[in-house]
Design a protein around this ligand. Structure first.
Ligand code: ZN
Length: 153
């Protein structure tokens, strides 16, 4: 994962959602960016596990003030990758995560350079570094724009 956080206690780079590997601090990290990438396929979870971790990621991310998430869920007509994608799409379309997610864009709808892409980058410039790799769009990702902290309270 791209390095985006710094430990408030020892100043070393650290993962977002785990304790600091240098000093074991559990304090919320200081963010360098407002956009992060989350790989839902990591650890090859079952669909239910992937959706559950997405809920946890969204809660943590919105509390940390993160504004956009590039969610990697994979794709495919069969297998767990395709199932996770379908479950993510279904959850979003059913407003299952609407307390945290303000807007979402399926990767295939925002190919680099398209009108939709430019409109999205205008809203969240931090996404450019992630999306510029996908010239033809990427059906294996979904971009989530999060509610500002407090909106859901
Ligand atoms: Zn530390």
């Amino acid at each position: 994962m791209t390095q985006v956080a710094e430990c408030p206690e020892c100043g070393n780079p650290r993962p977002l959602f785990e304790q600091c590997p240098y000093c074991s601090s559990q304090e919320s990290p200081t963010l360098a960016l407002d956009t992060i990438e989350i790989n839902l396929k990591q650890g090859q979870p079952l669909v239910e596990e992937a959706i559950e971790s997405l809920g946890n990621y969204l809660r943590n991310a919105s509390e940390l003030g993160i504004k956009a998430i590039v969610l990697i869920h994979g794709y495919g007509s069969s297998g767990e990758g395709g199932n996770i994608k379908r479950a993510v799409h279904h959850a979003l379309e059913s407003n299952y995560f609407s307390d945290r997610v303000h807007e979402y864009y399926f990767g295939e709808t925002v190919p680099y350079g398209s009108h939709a892409y430019h409109a999205l980058i205008k809203k969240r410039p931090g996404l450019k570094a992630y999306l510029k790799r996908f010239k033809a769009g990427n059906s294996g990702i979904t971009v989530l724009l999060l509610n500002a902290p407090g909106v859901y309270a």
